[in-house]
Structures are given as structure tokens and as C-alpha cells.
Design a protein around this ligand. Structure first.
Ligand code: ADP
Ligand code: ASP
Ligand code: MG
Length: 410
């Protein structure tokens, strides 16, 4: 009999009926003799509602108190879930982060899991109870409540599966697997039977929110057998796994769109050693993650410098950069939220020439202007105007024939 960690996202537990519906899935697996740990998200929309409430009282709510507030969303679903299970004669115990002993650092709103002490959970499982664990939340070394960042319940589930050495970690959501592109944007998107950890990591980091990026990092590091499935159907889902010989051999396996970044341009920056560090040091010290950076070749001793940051950090970044830019004698700092990052991902890209050219050609065919480009071994990303984001997904999906199942290696 297996030890299974299942995670249900917000849309799967959005109301009492849905909770009962997914709980029946858990009951079935438990009656079949499996040991069940169930990680839950807050009801759909609840985390946003709570953030909104906080913002009614403060423009920039205190991060510690905000985490105390946001953690309540998951407290509601684990208790309701266990109430239903018990009403069906299934012994169940709900655990919040301090009870499940999910230890994190103190980075409120983006806390990192440092370790999980599984003793309590194992005790409950030994008593043959279903354990429901509040996703998204953790506890620091002195007992402060933290949250892991949006979508963080995925990470709770995978980290839990790794810590428990579970036989399987199933992520139940509102689509029946990982697709070649977001199926809500691209009707021709095709469900993948398998995807490598590396590709999934890139897809997640580039905006495919079906799995939160840190969860994929955990899954890769500990080789957690990870499946993405729908909580509304019995379809088999997508296995996220190590690269194997028989896997699809295509240069591009997916397209991802990220509409959450903003662009900052600093014009006429004097081209001298030490300027970049003066500009970027304060941004780094504020814990703001800079993604793409582009610096033009200097013509007359000045260059333009452009980089991207999460939209939510744009205001802060501008406040930090403006005074330094003035100090070093740059001309102007301009922020722009109307951008999107469109990316193609594929492990097969490594050995394939011409992928970038094909991408640029497809975008130019629709008159989509490319504002920035960045590449890695298995992805190419372009920043474009936000209004073309969804069109670009469909265009690239067509250009790389992603709707067609690729040939197998053997
Ligand atoms: P949950 O609340 O269950 O965690 P999310 O909304 O976080 O669900 O993630 C599921 C959503 O991810 C889907 O509804 C889909 O629109 C989106 N998505 C983006 N890219 C992809 C992709 N490549 N494959 C599947 N879903 C994707
Ligand atoms: N409830 C949290 C969020 O909405 C965590 C999650 O759903 O994974 O981001
Ligand atoms: Mg999610």
C-alpha cells in the first residue's frame, strides 16, 4: 500500500459541494488501503479577498500581519475537509503549519521551507488517519506564521512528499495536466503525458502557473514522482519526471506567457566600471528579483540599460533607482508595466539550430515587435507589448506545430 500526498487547489475546494466531491476521491484511496496526506489551498478567490481586506486598512500592509491574515484561508479548508471526512466515518486530523512542523525562514510573503519534522504526521498516519495539511503556510524558528508566496500550496505538497518519501505526489487542479501552452489561452494546446523536471522548471519560472516553481525545484532535487491531474475528471494527467530515452524529441515542447513583469529603462548611463553595481545593489538589497538585463553597446561613452522586475516591485524599484541614476549622471528612468514575456521551452533546443530564428519569424509575421530577448540552454524568451501576449502564444504554438504529437525516439 502506498503513501500518497495529494494537493487540491483553490478551484477544487471552492465550496462545500466541491470539498465533498474531492474528499470522496480521498476516501476511496484511503479505503483501498493507502496512507493519505492531503494538502489544501484556500477556497478560490479567498487569498485575493484577504489581501484586499488588508489593503482597505493600509496601502502596504505589514508583511508579518499580512501572513497571519492570509494563513486563515487554508485553515478554513483543512478543517472543513476533515469535518466532512469524519462525518463519513473516516478518521481525519487537520494540521496547520506549526502542527505539521513546516519550518521556514522569516521572509514573510515569500518564505522558504527549511525543513519538515514529519514525526507528528507519521504518528497520525500510523493511527490510520487521513491527515489534512494547510498548504502555503509555514512557521519560523520562534513560531511566527509565514506564507510561501502565491501558489505556494504546490510547494507544501511536494516538500511534504519529499520529507515523507511518499510514493506519489498528485497535484489536483482545474486542468487535467500540463499542456504545451495554457489551454485557456491556446485552444489547440495538447496535454503532455510526461515532461522533464528541467522543462517544467523553465515553464513554471516563465509563467505557466500550473505548478509553482519552487515545488518543481523540490521535486527535481528529491526526485519526487509528481503528477498533475484534474480534480473534476478521471483523466490520467501529466507525469513530471527525469529525462528518459523514449521521451519526445522536439526542439520546443511548450510555450509560456508571463504578464507579471515590468520593464525599467535607464537612458544615457555613463559607461564606466562600477556603475551597474551602484544601480543594482540597492535593488538586490531590497530583495527584488531582477530578471532580464540588457545593456546596449556604448557609442559616445553612454549606454541604455533595461531590465525587468516583478510588477509588484516596480514602484519600489523606481524609488530606489531614481536617486542613484541622478547621482551617476544618467538621463532618465522610465518604468513600463505594459509588457509580457513570451517564452518557448524545450530540452531538444540544445542540439537544434534555427529555433530562435523561427521564433522571431513567427512573431514578425504578426507584426509583433520584440523589445528584449534572453536565452538559456533550453529556453528563449522575448519581451513584447502586453496586448500581443495571448496572440503570441497561439502564433508560436502553431509555428512549432505543438498541437501535433511528436515522434517517439524508438
Ligand atoms: P490551482 O488553484 O489548482 O493551484 P492554478 O490556477 O494555480 O490552479 O493553476 C492552474 C492553471 O494554470 C490552469 O487553469 C491554466 O489556466 C494555467 N496554466 C498555465 N499554463 C499552463 C500549462 N502549460 N498547462 C496547464 N495549465 C496551465
Ligand atoms: N492560497 C494561496 C494562493 O492563492 C496558495 C495556493 O493556492 O497555492 O496563492
Ligand atoms: Mg496554483
Amino acid at each position: 500500500m502506498a503513501l500518497i500526498v495529494q494537493k487540491y487547489g483553490g478551484t477544487s475546494v471552492a465550496n462545500a459541494d466541491l470539498i465533498a466531491n474531492v474528499a470522496n476521491r480521498v476516501i476511496k484511496a484511503w479505503r483501498d488501503g493507502h496512507k493519505m496526506v492531503v494538502v489544501l489551498s484556500a477556497m478560490a478567490g479567498e487569498t485575493d479577498r484577504l489581501i484586499g481586506l488588508g489593503k482597505e486598512l493600509a496601502e502596504d500592509p505589514d508583511p508579518r500581519e499580512l501572513d497571519v491574515l492570509l494563513a486563515t484561508g487554508e485553515q478554513v479548508t483543512v478543517s472543513l475537509f476533515s469535518i466532512f471526512l469524519r462525518s463519513q466515518g473516516v478518521p481525519a486530523t487537520s494540521l496547520l503549519s506549526h502542527q505539521a512542523r513546516i519550518y521556514t525562514d522569516r521572509a514573510y510573503g515569500r518564505a522558504r521551507i527549511l525543513g519538515i519534522d514529519t514525526a507528528r504526521i507519521k504518528e497520525e498516519l500510523k493511527k490510520n488517519r487521513v491527515v489534512t495539511v494547510a498548504g502555503f503556510q509555514g512557521v519560523d524558528e520562534v513560531g511566527n506564521i509565514t506564507t510561501l508566496g502565491r501558489g505556494g500550496s504546490d510547494t507544501t505538497a511536494v516538500a511534504m512528499a519529499a520529507a515523507l518519501k511518499a510514493d506519489l505526489c498528485e497535484i489536483y487542479t482545474d486542468v487535467d495536466g500540463v499542456y504545451t501552452a495554457d489551454p485557456r489561452i491556446c485552444p489547440k494546446a495538447r496535454k503532455l503525458e510526461q515532461i522533464t523536471y528541467d522543462e517544467m522548471l523553465e515553464m513554471a519560472s516563465l509563467g505557466a502557473k500550473v505548478l509553482e516553481i519552487r515545488s518543481v525545484g523540490f521535486a527535481r532535487r528529491y526526485e519526487v514522482p509528481l503528477v498533475v491531474r484534474s480534480s473534476f475528471t478521471e483523466a490520467p494527467g501529466t507525469l513530471v519526471t527525469v529525462e528518459d530515452e523514449e521521451m519526445e524529441i522536439v526542439p520546443v515542447s511548450g510555450v509560456a506567457l508571463d504578464r507579471n513583469d515590468a520593464r525599467v529603462t535607464i537612458t544615457r548611463v555613463p559607461d564606466r566600471p562600477g556603475i551597474a553595481v551602484r544601480l543594482f545593489r540597492p535593488v538586490a538589497d531590497a530583495n527584488i528579483v531582477v530578471d532580464m538585463i540588457i545593456q546596449n553597446t556604448s557609442i559616445d561613452g553612454h549606454t541604455d540599460l533595461t531590465f525587468t522586475v516583478p510588477q509588484g516591485d516596480l514602484k519600489k524599484t523606481m524609488e530606489l533607482i531614481r536617486p542613484v541614476a541622478a547621482e551617476v549622471g544618467a538621463q532618465q528612468v522610465v518604468g513600463d508595466k505594459n509588457i509580457a514575456k513570451i517564452s518557448i521551452v524545450g530540452v531538444g533546443m540544445k542540439n537544434n539550430a534555427g529555433v530562435a530564428a523561427r521564433m522571431f519569424e513567427a512573431l514578425s509575421g504578426e507584426n509583433i515587435n520584440i523589445l528584449m530577448i534572453s536565452t538559456s540552454e533550453i529556453k528563449i524568451s522575448c519581451v513584447i507589448e502586453d496586448k500581443y501576449g495571448e496572440l503570441a502564444v497561439r502564433v508560436l504554438h502553431d509555428a512549432f506545430d505543438l498541437g501535433q504529437p511528436p515522434p517517439k525516439k524508438k
